[in-house]
Design a protein around this ligand. Structure first.
Ligand SMILES: *Cc1c(COP(=O)(O)O)cnc(C)c1O
Length: 388
């Protein structure tokens, strides 16, 4: 069956994959080799050196391309290494227009690494398309979109961004980490490149750090392959194997993340100590309509604040949860929670941070796939310890 007609759950297990040609092994073997025999110089089976290409990595890259309805997948040693590869397509003087509410590590590589090489980054709220268009200049080469955004769960209209990108001949890159390919496929909505921190939902078991890029465009793929091979931030075969294994249950995990996410969003919204709940599945959320259009569910990520906005209350809550583990990262089977102001978003200056809503009691949840009753009980108990 061709990958392009399979449904998601079938692609997760079979998309872009073949039983091993040498042995018939159903699971992709871990090709733990750096080099490959050549019959005469340059005469080989497509593999010469594992920085350039490795069969286990290739299998994962093909599988990811299938999941995102793309043609080419590229794996990197981390999500930020994948971001790094995209930015290396640019030249000094080029400009990037990015959403102003984004992953702290993306903000850091933009402003503290690539800004020094003469690339200019402008950050705007992308919930307003007029605002996006206003900030595009002749030098803009790339629109950087993350949706849902981290940690405010704002929704950006990918299709509308792609129309603006096409009009101005700039590339549209979507960081699809929070949604995962199960909930959202940006290439279908006109994006040129999809970026993933594979570390999160795709890997799904909090045991691998990896990044990926997916595109349909031959020319972009060629440029990115050149950078992947030349800069060398590749992922190793063992990690690729673990991710291939993780992906086989991606659709099952995502269904449960979504179910648990709805229940927890509603629980928090009705709790007397909770102030705001940021979750795109509420009908009165400003992103609801677009989220309904471009996503097939609302996922397991949500953020909320506490009434009174006292940092001490947030710390009491964060330190007393037992099923939810206080930790960075997200998207694994286990529930995690974090304090963006001091953890994931500590690299963003205070003023900037509060402007986008990352206040002192903002708490971000990555709702896992545990039993929902235990998750609710955990949150209820920990909230009950807040004195004020
Ligand atoms: C984690 C994350 C990244 C960076 O990925 P790493 O694998 O940690 O390098 C980028 N974007 C988003 C939205 C993330 O959550």
């Amino acid at each position: 069956m061709a990958s392009n007609v399979m449904k998601f759950g079938t692609k997760a297990i079979h998309g872009g994959l073949e039983p091993d040609l040498a042995t018939g092994a159903v699971m992709t073997p871990i090709y733990q080799t750096t080099t490959y025999r050549q019959l005469s110089p340059g005469e080989h089976k497509g593999y010469a050196y594992s920085r350039s290409s490795n069969p286990t990595r290739k299998a994962l890259e093909n599988n990811l391309a299938s999941l995102e309805n793309g043609k080419y997948g590229l794996c990197f040693g981390s999500g930020v290494a994948a971001i790094d590869a995209i930015l290396k397509m640019l030249r000094p003087g080029d400009e990037v227009l990015s959403t102003n509410d984004l992953y702290g590590g993306s903000y850091r590589i933009f402003t503290q690494i690539f800004a020094h090489f003469g690339i200019k980054f402008t950050f705007v709220s992308m919930s307003d398309m007029a605002e996006v268009e206003k900030h595009i200049t002749e030098k803009t080469r790339l629109l950087w979109v993350e949706t849902p955004t981290n940690p405010m769960m704002n929704i950006i209209d990918i299709w509308a961004c792609s129309q603006i990108a096409k009009l101005h001949k700039v590339l549209l890159v979507v960081d699809n980490t929070f949604a995962s390919p199960f909930l959202q496929n940006p290439l279908d909505l006109g994006a040129d490149i999809v970026m993933h921190s594979v570390t999160k939902y795709i890997g799904g078991h909090s045991d691998v750090v990896m990044g990926a890029l997916i595109t349909k465009d031959d020319h972009l793929a060629e440029k990115l392959y050149f950078i992947q091979n030349s800069s060398g931030a590749i992922s190793g075969p063992q990690d690729c194997f673990l991710v291939l294994r993780g992906i086989k249950t991606l659709h099952l995990r995502m269904q449960r993340h979504c179910e648990n996410g709805v229940t927890i969003a509603n629980f928090l919204r009705s709790h007397p100590l909770v102030d705001k709940v940021y979750w795109p599945g509420f009908e009165d959320n400003p992103g609801y309509v677009i989220a309904k259009q471009q996503m097939s569910g609302f996922g397991g990520m949500l953020s909320f604040t506490l009434k009174g906005n006292k940092k001490a209350d947030a710390f009491t809550f964060l330190s007393n949860c037992k099923v939810f583990t206080l930790a960075e990262s997200l998207g694994g089977v286990e529930s995690l929670l974090c304090h963006p102001a001091t953890m994931t978003h500590a690299a963003i200056p205070n003023g900037e941070r509060e402007k986008i809503g990352v206040v002192d009691t903002l708490i971000r949840l990555s709702v896992g796939v545990e039993d929902i009753d235990d998750l609710i009980e955990d949150l209820k108990y920990s909230l009950s310890l807040i004195k004020s």
